[in-house]
Design a protein around this ligand. Structure first.
Ligand SMILES: Cc1cc2nc3c(=O)[nH]c(=O)nc-3n(C[C@H](O)[C@H](O)[C@H](O)COP(=O)(O)OP(=O)(O)OC[C@H]3O[C@@H](n4cnc5c(N)ncnc54)[C@H](O)[C@@H]3O)c2cc1C
Length: 538
């Protein structure tokens, strides 16, 4: 590959990178190279919707750990990230949630062009809704399939009835502009199989001769000529260092952990921090790796007296149902229904998400359950805490330091407490009572605030939604401008979850796809002139 030139080199084939590869290579005259550190996405558990639980800590997972979190009893929290074609969309829970209107209107206050009304067409352009579509909320002709669960667990309708009992609003569709209320989870599935970003965007493009996809290609550095990005240095599957050239742009889509890491490895970041890590600074940009946000989460887990939960998903009967009919428990995304809740009615938008999982989620999802059980996950949607990603060293193979700063803002602890109380009320509704047995450890059952606080500190985890580490904006600490160009450099963009200025009220795959859909238009509108002496032809 050394010496070859493309118009665009995209680093990372995740939620965002797959969208870009497809959209940019739609023009046959445009040559696109997609570099992915992981291998192909051939594993069976990627296709089987409920299989993602088994992908944790495998070759398909970067398997990160945070630094010790002082507010979480000094624990190092497990952070999975997808490492294969499709990126995290190949190992995620498939929930398609756009977030709330105010999320994007908030972005637009400092980032013109990103208001809800302006980004909505990009969500719709991505969407291929199958099933209920009240009010025409969803797009129906895009590449990314959004289905209803084929065989929801019997307890899921009880969860929805319990939410109604508490006076919450039944949403016609979960992705209405105001998502306050409850609904079954819309999922990225097609006919009972996961529909990752790779399935939606890369597979249809595989035959395009102008798109080259390289797996096991680990980008180590962005090549700079003065202030201009000219290409990427990567290590190939054989461990050999290669260089490729981009005549128009290099686009970094390596996700909220690896995009800032790659910028910093390339000398782009806070000068003092770079020197401390042994990297020669090339461009001072203090915000790289800062502004890290994630949804902290807690799990209320209970035994279930009826043997009907997903604990049985692995049985031969369920496997046969899946293989023969694409039905049964293995088609579950595990997160089967959600409620977006305002714990204070004065709030303009939800502050808590309740997630219904018809199986016990124990030990950050890594501990096998002891038997049938249920989980109400509680996620804090607008945390005030901020963290950062920093280099541990100048060695690209060494994982970066991930410090989400969980609960460093005290308001976040209060928010999680309030959310857990709503989850407790829900478990006491008449609708859910027949399915709820004794508390399942570590959930202590109904306890006072002090004991509940200890539970949070000892068991809170990630909801898997890191964002914000290459934040867009126009101020000095912003990393990219509102067109996602790295500030102060030429022909270099970041396009992925890391550019979000503020985390959304919902899961983060759909917003990331939307960002990439819009970025594709911004990139194509750029019309780069070739530099003197440089050919634009690849
Ligand atoms: C277990 C789990 C469950 C989740 N559940 C949901 C859910 O149900 N719904 C939802 O909306 N969101 C969910 N998310 C979050 C969502 O999947 C992510 O927010 C989204 O996929 C992020 O997209 P991205 O493009 O920013 O990064 P990613 O999709 O993570 O893509 C980054 C890609 O870049 C590659 N890469 C990284 N570094 C390099 C390098 N140096 N060189 C080459 N390639 C590189 C990676 O291997 C990866 O393929 C979940 C995430 C996880 C991990």
């Amino acid at each position: 590959m050394t010496g070859r030139t493309w118009h665009y080199v995209v680093v990372g084939a995740g939620s965002a990178g797959c969208v870009l590869a497809w959209r940019l290579s739609a023009d046959p005259a445009c040559r696109v190279l997609l570099l992915e550190a992981g291998g192909p996405d051939r594993k069976r558990e990627i296709r089987i919707p409920a299989g993602f639980i088994k992908l944790a800590q495998t070759a398909y997972d970067w398997n990160y750990r945070t630094t010790k979190q002082p507010q979480l009893s000094d624990r190092e929290i497990y952070w999975p990230r997808g490492r294969t074609l499709g990126g995290s969309s190949s190992i995620n829970g498939q929930a398609w949630t756009r977030g709330h209107r105010v999320d994007y209107d908030g972005w637009a206050q400092s980032c013109p062009g990103w208001s809800y009304d302006e980004v909505l067409p990009y969500f719709r352009r991505a969407e291929h809704r199958v099933g209920s579509n009240m009010g025409g909320v969803y797009g129906t002709s895009g590449p990314h399939f959004i289905s209803e669960l084929r065989d929801p667990n019997p307890t899921t309708s009880a969860f929805l009835a319990g939410c109604a009992e508490l006076g919450m609003r039944r949403l016609g569709e979960l992705n209405e502009p105001d998502n306050t209320g409850f609904a079954p989870t819309p999922v990225n599935q097609r006919r009972g199989l996961r529909n990752s970003a790779a399935d939606a965007y890369l597979r249809p493009a595989r035959r395009r001769r102008n798109l080259t996809i390289l797996t096991r290609a680990f980008a180590q550095r962005i090549l700079l000529d003065g202030a201009r990005a000219t290409g990427v240095e990567y290590r190939d599957a054989a461990g050999v260092t290669q260089r490729v050239t981009a005549s128009r742009e290099v686009i970094v889509s390596a996700g909220a952990v690896n995009s800032p890491q790659l910028l910093m490895l390339s000398g782009i970041g806070d000068t003092d921090q770079l020197r401390a890590a042994g990297v020669e600074p090339r461009h001072d940009l203090v915000g790289v790796g800062g502004n890290l946000q994630d949804h902290p989460a807690c799990a209320v887990t209970m035994h279930c007296p009826k043997p009907i939960t997903l604990f049985s998903a692995d049985s031969p009967t369920q496997l046969a149902r899946f293989l023969l009919l694409r039905r049964g428990m293995l088609t579950s995304s595990v997160n089967e229904a959600v409620a977006f809740v305002r714990t204070d009615p004065a709030l303009a938008a939800p502050d808590i998400e309740l997630v219904w999982l018809p199986v016990p989620l124990l030990g950050e999802g890594l501990t096998p359950p002891p038997g049938h059980g249920l989980t109400v996950g509680v996620e804090l949607l607008q945390p005030d805490s901020r963290g950062h990603i920093r280099l541990a060293s100048s060695d690209p193979a060494e994982p970066p330091l991930i410090d989400p700063g969980y609960l460093t803002a005290e308001s976040d602890l209060r928010g999680l407490l309030a959310g857990l109380r709503v989850a407790e009320d829900l478990c006491e509704t008449a609708a859910l009572r027949p399915y709820i047995g004794a508390p399942m450890a570590p959930w202590p059952g109904k306890v006072d605030d002090a004991t509940l606080t200890t539970f949070i500190r000892e068991h809170a985890q990630t909801a898997f939604h890191p964002v914000g580490t290459c934040r867009m904006g126009n101020d000095d600490a912003a990393v990219v401008d509102c067109q996602l160009r790295v500030r102060g450099l030429d022909r270099l963009r970041v396009v992925d979850a890391s550019v979000m200025p503020r985390i959304t009220r919902g899961h983060t795959h759909a917003p990331t796809v939307m960002i990439a859909e819009r970025a594709a238009d911004l990139i194509q509108a750029s019309n780069h002139e070739p530099e003197p002496g440089q050919s634009d032809a690849a």
